[in-house]
Write a protein that binds this ligand. Structure first.
Ligand code: ADP
Ligand code: ADP
Length: 227
């Protein structure tokens, strides 16, 4: 059984059809990159997968369970999301941004949550920034906290919505490095990104979404050869 199955998904905002009959599946360990023009529906597709947005038609299943049948907190624990604009809480430290979900969603005790947060900060190379507030961090460091926060929930699937688009060019590499390591470690990843180097080196599958429809899908080497 696939980890994620998206079947005939439809999504509209008013009379605008944003996703039209979108179907694809991902197995455990798959790394998929979605590309396409602005307004194609890429972000909407990711948001449907963790129910930040509800679909209008079709089905999405996670490990066989229709996502609408899951408790939304349970779904968001199992599906981690990394946002373009980081979505960190400004008044909490790097560590505090991570412990929040561990304590409130997973109900870990404070000491256990701190221990786990610090382990994931270490994993993204930020062991020495645990006590820093977002305003004291670079964009690349903020995004690595965002990744650590999602990873600390120990999700089955990670969604990345243009994780490097808000970064100065010289800070993109440190985030892609973390993503490349995760891909190599077998994390199942669905990423919207314009970083073609990452797509070429790390993705198993490249999907082109245009005007709400999948117009191409296949191994990146195949799509790069036949544009
Ligand atoms: P992409 O990520 O490919 O740039 P989006 O998924 O962000 O595309 O947007 C696809 C279309 O849906 C756009 O026309 C956008 O304006 C519209 N859209 C996205 N979110 C909303 C919303 N919350 N309300 C109304 N329209 C939206
Ligand atoms: P903001 O919350 O800063 O306004 P968005 O509008 O993109 O930014 O957030 C939409 C929703 O996403 C909010 O209700 C927020 O609580 C939720 N959210 C924040 N972080 C996560 C996460 N890691 N996974 C799922 N949902 C999240």
């Amino acid at each position: 059984m696939s980890l994620l199955e998206v079947t005939h998904v439809e999504k509209s905002y008013g009379d605008e059809d944003v996703l039209r009959d979108v179907s694809f599946a991902m197995d455990r360990g798959d790394v998929e990159v979605i590309v396409g023009p602005s307004g194609a529906g890429k972000s909407t597709l990711l948001r449907c997968v963790n129910r930040l947005t509800e679909i209008d038609g079709g089905t999405i299943t996670l490990d066989g369970d229709p996502i609408h049948s899951l408790d939304v907190n349970d779904l968001r624990r199992r599906v981690g999301m990394v946002f373009q604009d980081f979505n960190l809480f400004a008044h909490r430290t790097a560590r505090g941004n991570i412990t929040l979900g561990l304590e409130e969603v997973l109900a870990l005790d404070h000491a256990t949550a701190v221990e786990r947060a610090d382990a994931y900060l270490d994993r993204v190379g930020l062991a020495d920034q645990a006590d820093s507030y977002p305003a004291e961090l670079s964009g690349g460091q903020k995004q690595r906290v965002g990744i650590a926060r999602a990873l600390a929930m120990e999700p089955e699937l990670m969604l990345f919505d243009e994780p490097t688009s808000a970064l100065d060019p010289e800070l993109v590499g440190e985030v892609l490095e973390v993503m490349t390591d995760l891909a190599a470690e077998g994390m199942t990843m669905l990423s919207v990104t314009h970083e073609m180097g990452f797509a070429r080196s790390a993705a198993d599958t490249l999907t082109v979404l245009d005007d709400g429809q999948i117009v191409e899908r296949g191994p990146p080497e195949q799509l790069f050869e036949n544009p």
